[in-house]
Ligand binder design. Sequence first.
Ligand code: PBG
Length: 347
Amino acid sequence: MNNPFDFELSLSFPINRPRRMRASRSIRNAVARTRLGLDDLIAPIFIDGNINGVMEIESMPGVYRYSIDKGIRKVSDYLEQGLDKILIFGIPRYKDEVGSEAYDRDGVVQRFIRELRGTLGDRILIFTDVCMCQYTSHGHCGVISYVDDKYKIQNDKSIELMGRIALSHAEAGADFVAPSSMMDGVVYAIRRKLDEEGYVDVGIMSYSVKYASNFYAPFREAAESSPEFGDRRSYQMDPRISEEAIKEALMDIQEGADILMVKPALAYLDIIKIIRSSFGYFPLAAYNVSGEYSMVKAASKLNWIDEKKVIIEILFSIKRAGADLIITYHAPEIAQWIKEDHELFQW
Ligand code: PBG
């Protein structure tokens, strides 16, 4: 016993065997950390002021546009499934240069919120997208002026209108407004407007970190919101930079945001992680956008992937990166699987 380290010699190699922690379903699930539940999900919903009934969106199988009455019925179904959070997008009846249906008290979104509140009361948590691109004739997310054949987005005029849009949603009964234009100062403009008008309890979920992404294409078909000319690169962020995300999120915190958001989610998991670690004290949402949804649906139609398992793996990755909430078109099907097929969420 003169060598105090003798005991090491009796151990066989390797000493560390991580596989012990993967040996059975029970131990794997015990240490999994990342969980997915109904409370994490926000279901987007498209309400169309021009239709009577329901219309499937071709590039997003399983996702529909609803007339107001059909939308109410859909949200009641969601509640029954245990989904209690929706994010509303409107397809307006008319478009003009300044997107005025966006702040029309009788606009499609405002009427839908009012009816929803009237029918379902406080059981549903209502988030609304605050933007102008579906509502403007040119399809940009702000007011435009033209100088020498060149167009320019008028930032400060646009955020003033965003304040009016948010106010009209708050008056109708929204719980949270979600500005998605990436205009500078939009969160502050909305916060100020809401407070001035007495809506201090209406919160802001800001699309704080939103990239000029090609993954939005199916959504633009769904919402008829493609820009008529140019692109969104002068307001949405450059996918090649990550540090700017911290600046954008910090600005939104200072301007009065309640929930931050990163969008898209899947190609931007690193950004979710950065925001989570920089502002761990702030609730964080991630938007699993239309293109991410459509790619999975297309591949599974071809039988190239196991659809359910891939969807769940994607959502796990978004949660693991640090999101508290996930806005996803998969929400209704996931709610169903949670109820019917608990095993799917195990490993
Ligand atoms: C509106 C808006 C867009 C999305 C959400 N809000 C489109 C865009 O910025 O062009 C995209 C959502 C999705 O792709 O699922 N500005």
